[in-house]
Design a binder for this molecule. Sequence first.
Ligand code: SAH
Length: 236
Amino acid sequence: MLITVITIFPEMFPGALAYSLPGKALGKLWDLRVINIRDFAQDRHKTVDDTPYGGGAGMVMKPDVIDKALRYALSLYTDKPEIVYMTPRGQLFKHKIARQIATNTSGMILLCGRYEGVDQRVIDHWKDTQNMREISIGDYVVFGGEIPAMIVIEACLRFCPGIMSNENSVIDESFTNGLLEYPQYTRPSVWNNVAVPDVLLSGNHRDIDSWRFEAAQRITKTIRPDLWKQITDNEL
Ligand code: SAH
């Protein structure tokens, strides 16, 4: 799958994505194209932003420039990719959305805002004509869409076949069954006077599975009662 990032800071990529499993798979199981918004600026100063109509702090990214960058990104695909604008006003990014986006095997285009964000008209136009999604990584504001885009890319790559060394880790991990993951332990079996739960050393896989399932339930109930409520509501 081809992932295209549209940004004014192309040098931030691949950045963290060049490491570990995503890094090993880069160029093999997935490809990354990074588009510099400035290349689509119309004037010799390469202007990508301007002051907001109505006044106020900060700058707004110009609709004509962003539209050109998006159109160029789309031209790199034969089948329609997911198109995503990273914004604090977007849908909250969750496990389910990552899985949904990752099923689009042609890939995705991620638009990263900076300053005060992007002119509303180009957002509306791409939502109306190309089903662009707006995604937020959480209820807080960061300086730009690049780190949010990396988060979306990493979460989606975990669903991309072959990237995880052990496919079972995707099935097992937090959120897959709506639960947070059970606690994990490794050697030494006693550390700081605390022993690893006996059952995990027993070699009895049925007992281990049920211990883990119960632990996952207990942890979810305690730490995230909201998630627990969703599960129990869905089962009714
Ligand atoms: N003025 C905007 C914030 C702009 S922050 C507002 O109040 O909503 C600049 C850019 O950072 C945004 O365009 C977006 O691309 C990115 N960004 C900031 N916080 C984000 C978040 N929580 N999720 C996704 N993208 C975010």
